[in-house]
Every structure is written in C-alpha cells, then in structure tokens.
Design a binder for this molecule. Sequence first.
Ligand code: NI
Length: 252
Amino acid sequence: MIDTHSHLFDEEFDLDRDLCIKRAIEANVKKIILVGFSKETNLKAQELAKKYNIFFPTAGLHPSEANSNYLEEFEEFKRFAKENKIYAVGECGLDYHWDITYKEEQKKLFRLQCEYAIENDLPIIVHSRDAQQDTFDIIKSYNGKLKGVMHCYSGSKELAKEYVKLGFYISLGGPLTFKNAKEPKEVCINTPLDRLLIETDCPYLAPTPFRGKRNESAYVKYVLEEMAKLKGIPISIVEDETESNAERLFKI
Ligand code: NI
C-alpha cells in the first residue's frame, strides 16, 4: 500500500513516531507521501524524509495560509521548492469553510501553485472544502496541462468524472469507511480503479473502527479494504492498482 497523504511530522506523533512508522511497515505500507502545507511543515516534511526512506516529501501552501502577504509567501515557497527535492506541489487549494476573508487571495495563491506545478512538471495535491465549483473552474482552466490528485475527495461522482477526464486522480481516505458516507462510497464505485488512490490524512480523519481517534499511516489498510469491498474486487488487486497509480502520479 501507499499512503498518499500523511502528516506524520505532526506533533501528535512526537512521542511515538518511530512506532507509527514501524506499524505502517508491518501493515505493508511501502511508501508514504509526506504532505507539507505551510512554511513550517514543508521544512518538517523534508527533515523527516531524510531519516526514513519510506517517505516522499511535498511542499505547498494551504488556503488557510493565504493572506495579504500571499505574494511574498509564494516567493519564499518557490525558493524552498527549488532548493529541496519535492514530489508534488501541495497541499494547496481552496477552503471556504471557516473563513472567506481572503477568498481572492486563496484563488490567486492556488493559481500560482498550479502554474509552478506545470512549469516544473510536478503533480499537485488539491485540498477543496466548500469550494467545489471554484476549485474545478481553476483546474479546468489549465486545459489538462495540470496533473494531480483531489485529496480526501468529498464531491459528487459526477464531478469526480470531470476530474478524471482532466487527467486527475481521486484519493479517498477515512470517511470512505463511515457508515453514512453515501457520497464517497458512490465515488469509489463509479471511478475507474486506475484513477483511485488511498490515503489517511493522518493525524486527522481516522477510519472506522478508529473514528474520532488519532489516525496513522497503518490505518490506510481500512480504506483499502473498504474500497475492495465496494468495488467487489479482491483486496490484492486493488492494492496493486492503487500502488501503481501513486507511483505513476508521483514518479516514485
Ligand atoms: Ni492534509
């Protein structure tokens, strides 16, 4: 398995990070995409990735980092991304859930990162919350030149189909295992297997039976199992396919 979205550098793991990595390896997790989302976490992802070769670090600026200083922040991001090996740009995107003070800045910051990804032939990891239409419009405006993944996708199956047409992958996480998660289950059933990825987004969004607790990369197996069940395909096949999808997208 490949956990395509993990924040194992988070302080939630400061006391038992080595054990979490050990449990992930024991659960047959082979690679982990370590996702940065701010100046501080981009650096943490690099540092942790130097210690264990299971990790592949990314760097990005989350929409909650957007403010009136966004141009300066982006310049700094660019310097960082040039100096360090990164496997994707992100997570980045739009989030209108908590605060829309900097809605325009969010859009501009997202576009800058999309353009950086295209110029540097990197995939993008997209976070989108309560901003489905704007996110899609921006991605679509690059006419298929932009490649990437919709992380912890929470939109409709119809929109997922549009993303697939644009060359995007759909990543599903813990919410897929929730009993009442009708939409992610429909997305899983209707999206072709060669476009699906699995992730944890740990320490957040733990799958059943750990819902509400701290999540960790080993738990990506519950997402895999649910995906196989919903698709009616043996676990080993879904495991192989989602692994090759991640390897293809991130060139790992
Ligand atoms: Ni995340």
